[in-house]
Design a binder for this molecule. Structure first.
Ligand code: CTP
Length: 400
């Protein structure tokens, strides 16, 4: 989704300016045209040549130099931008923008642009928390700027505090979210579940499964990038928190059931990519179960709720079917039994699909019995193919 987008990257004078190089590199690799505008103080922290080499574009550092195609007609940059991101944004640039000052190329471009603007502040915690900075940020937020909040951590002064530039991945996620606001899922509320639930046996052990959560996270991110308001109900995974998505962390099937019921009260669609444990131990031992002389141990298991069957509401329901035999036939049965609109069936015995892999080979089966067998795709591509069908089914539902 970043391909062929023009991203104006404003860099201001903070020690975190070097991280803008990583951002510029990743955005360029994703196919975006990255136009860098640096303030004079930013050039004290990182060389324009670095950004020029990473983006393959001329870097603008002043209103007055004539070595850029934009330096005379600075409005051209403002008009060309699909989005403008200031990373890192110092207290100074935040104050200048809040006051409408236009004494350098970056301020002028922000003032002149109609494109959305993202600010990723980075500064000493005391400067960030100062009420002047907070008021300026609130003012910009109210005007439609998107702020990527700084993180807590070690600051340049050596102290700990809130002021570290947000992670590059989070900034990219926010850029995608903002760019996707006019996508085909704009205004839709989508609930996604991901990961494998864990059912406790005692304080240190649980029954789990091999779900990595990658498929569900890919669906949640793709829905966000297409403009949806996404709630992700996630069982434990090792994946990092996606930007622009409300993540509700749960562990057990019962907790997931409760979270799904609550989140879907106002949803347009539910996509259940989670691998929900069908059974849980009948009782959870209060203390760690000790090894006994007997060569065997019996655990009594009871059924967990079937979330897709139990959930109530007139929203679109998409399930997954992880099968090891008769994939399509078994998935069709699940679609009927759970009254789904669409089911995503995959063969978990195939090494290139299913648990842990970055790719997946699935068939999409709808209520009319149509079976669309997709080739081997990345999980993100699969997510977009599922969402293509979700968009289509939501439109049909609206017409009914
Ligand atoms: N699912 C659910 N609640 C459960 C178990 C599964 O909502 N307790 C959902 C899954 O998230 C998935 C779909 O139902 O979207 C099918 O899950 P799957 O594990 O393939 O099927 P089961 O119904 O558990 O049947 P079986 O394990 O016997 O194949």
């Amino acid at each position: 989704m970043l391909a062929n987008k023009t991203i104006v990257l404003g860099i201001t004078g903070s020690i975190a300016a070097y991280k803008a190089a990583e951002l510029a590199s990743k955005l360029t690799q994703a196919g975006a045209r990255v136009e860098v505008v640096m303030t004079e103080s930013a050039t004290k922290f990182i060389a324009p040549l670095t950004l020029r080499s990473l983006t393959g574009r001329l870097v603008v550092t002043s209103m007055w130099e004539l070595n850029s195609e934009f330096s005379i007609e600075h409005i051209a940059l403002a008009e060309a931008a699909d989005i403008l991101a200031i990373v890192p944004a110092t207290a100074n640039i935040i104050a200048k923008l809040a006051a409408g000052i236009s004494d350098d190329m970056l301020c002028c471009t922000v003032l002149a642009t109609k494109a959305p603007v993202i600010l990723a502040p980075a500064m000493h915690a005391d400067m960030f928390q100062n009420s002047i900075t907070q008021e300026n940020l609130a003012k910009l937020k109210a005007r439609g700027f998107t702020i990527v909040d700084p993180a807590y951590g070690r600051l340049a002064s050596g102290k700990m505090g809130l002021g570290r530039l947000a992670e590059v991945e989070e900034i990219i996620g926010t850029i995608k979210q903002v760019l996707g606001k006019s996508g085909d899922l704009a205004g839709k509320r989508i609930v996604v579940t991901a990961g494998g639930t864990q059912e406790p046996i005692d304080p240190v052990r649980h029954i789990g499964n091999r779900s990595s959560g990658k498929m569900g996270y890919a669906v949640a991110e793709a829905a966000r990038d297409r403009g949806a308001e996404v709630k992700l109900i996630a069982a434990p995974t090792s994946l990092s928190e996606p930007a622009g998505i409300e993540v509700i962390h749960i562990k057990t099937a019962i907790q997931m059931n409760e979270a799904v019921a609550k989140a879907t009260a106002q949803a347009d669609g539910l996509i259940m990519a989670a691998a929900v444990s069908d059974y849980q131990p009948k009782s959870v031992a209060k203390a760690k179960i000790k090894k006994k002389e007997s060569p065997s141990l019996t655990l009594e298991l009871i059924r967990t709720p079937d979330i897709l069957t139990e959930v109530k509401g007139n929203f679109l329901k998409v399930g997954f079917a992880a099968e090891s035999e008769d994939v399509v036939a078994n998935a069709k049965q699940k679609l009927e039994k759970k009254k789904l609109d669409l089911i995503v069936a995959n063969d978990i015995t195939d090494a290139s699909s299913g648990f842990g892999a970055d790719t997946n080979k699935v068939s999409l089966i709808d209520r009319n019995g149509n079976v669309d067998s997709l080739p081997l795709l990345t999980k993100r591509e699969v997510a977009d193919r599922i969402l293509d069908r979700v968009v289509e089914l939501l439109a049909k539902k609206a017409r009914r």
